[in-house]
Design a binder for this molecule. Structure first.
Ligand code: CAA
Length: 282
């Protein structure tokens, strides 16, 4: 199947990155947010990102103009009707996602592929709210989307082979490397990454070292691009807390249980970069 037009539902941190990459790599892209205010904020972050790439010589002025030309913002879900692929990146809440699919399903062609960017929720549970379980897949991008090379392609028991092939091809066409995973909470990356991040918080709680020293240790000792606390602030402490709870719920293993410090920080609104303060101040 040939993908020409892509819809993205949600223009937050992940949705805006996905819409940007999709438009940059030649797809006509429609991105939808619930309000004009959120839409403008998301489109602004795309413009900022393109500006950085332009300044660094990673794109030309013509590339930037062409990307913005291929990108259409909207607040109407109906405007996604003509898309061949719709990628959903709304808030990580199963009820909100299910409601989105219930509304989207009758608007789109039967052939349209639905892909969720969820990092932890069940693709199977979402797909069952639609009449197209065979044409439903997970496409999990990584933050920051324009810079990160990986996409997890997540199949369920009933995803068709054609949809899998199309999703893999689509990820490659965005310059990303796809890996295949099955529909279990956390897929591959978060299954391994989340216990590591939670362990770093537990180590800090136990007084093993300072934030800075733990970060520096993992950065220089393991060659990671950032230490665990810098990464936690990038991912968002609320997002990490949410994913950890889902994984703990599923596996009932201690290593997925969110440590008390994480919960207290989320309750206090210290969510990381997005709130201006997390483990570090921004
Ligand atoms: N668009 C354009 N530029 C961007 C950007 C974006 N969206 N986001 C950040 N940048 C820029 C920054 O502004 C910065 O530019 P300046 O140096 O000019 O200020 C630059 O990118 C960062 O450059 P650095 O030299 O610091 O680092 P880098 O380019 O070598 O790598 C990185 C940056 C790719 C983010 C790297 O630090 C990295 O790989 N970090 C780990 C990120 C990671 O693990 N992400 C996965 C999180 S888990 C997840 O997403 C899954 C989930 O479900 C929770």
């Amino acid at each position: 199947m040939q993908i020409k037009k892509v819809g993205v539902v949600g223009c937050g941190l992940m949705g805006s990155g996905i819409a940007q990459v999709s438009a940059s790599f030649g797809y006509d892209t429609v991105v939808r947010e619930v309000s004009q205010e959120l839409l403008q904020k998301g489109l602004e972050s795309i413009r900022n990102s393109l500006e950085k790439f332009l300044q660094k010589g990673k794109v030309t002025e013509a590339d930037r103009a062409a990307t913005l030309n291929r990108l259409q913002g909207t607040t109407r879900l109906e405007d996604l009707a003509g898309c061949d692929l719709v990628i959903e990146a709304v808030t990580e809440n199963l009820e909100v996602k299910k409601e989105t699919y219930v509304r989207l399903d009758p608007l789109c062609d039967r052939e349209t592929i639905f892909a969720s960017n969820t990092s932890s929720l069940s693709i199977t549970e979402m797909m069952m709210t639609t009449q197209r379980p065979d044409r439903f897949i997970g496409l999990h991008f990584f933050n920051p989307v324009p810079l990160m090379a990986l996409v997890e392609v997540v199949s369920t028991l009933v995803t068709s082979d054609e949809v899998k092939r199309t999703a893999v091809q689509f990820a490659k066409s965005l310059g990303k490397t796809p890996v295949l995973a099955s529909d279990r909470p956390g897929f591959i990356v978060n299954r391994l990454l989340v216990p590591y991040l939670l362990d770093a918080i537990r180590a800090l709680e136990e007084g093993l070292g300072t934030l800075e020293d733990i970060d520096q240790g993992m950065k220089l000792g393991c060659g990671h691009p950032m230490g665990p606390f810098t990464l936690l602030d990038l991912v968002g402490l609320d997002t990490t807390y949410f994913i950890a709870n889902i994984m703990f719920e599923e596996f009932k293993e201690k290593r997925f249980a969110p440590p008390p410090l994480l919960k207290r920080m989320v309750l206090a609104g210290r969510l990381g970069r997005k709130s201006g303060i997390g483990f570090y101040k921004y």
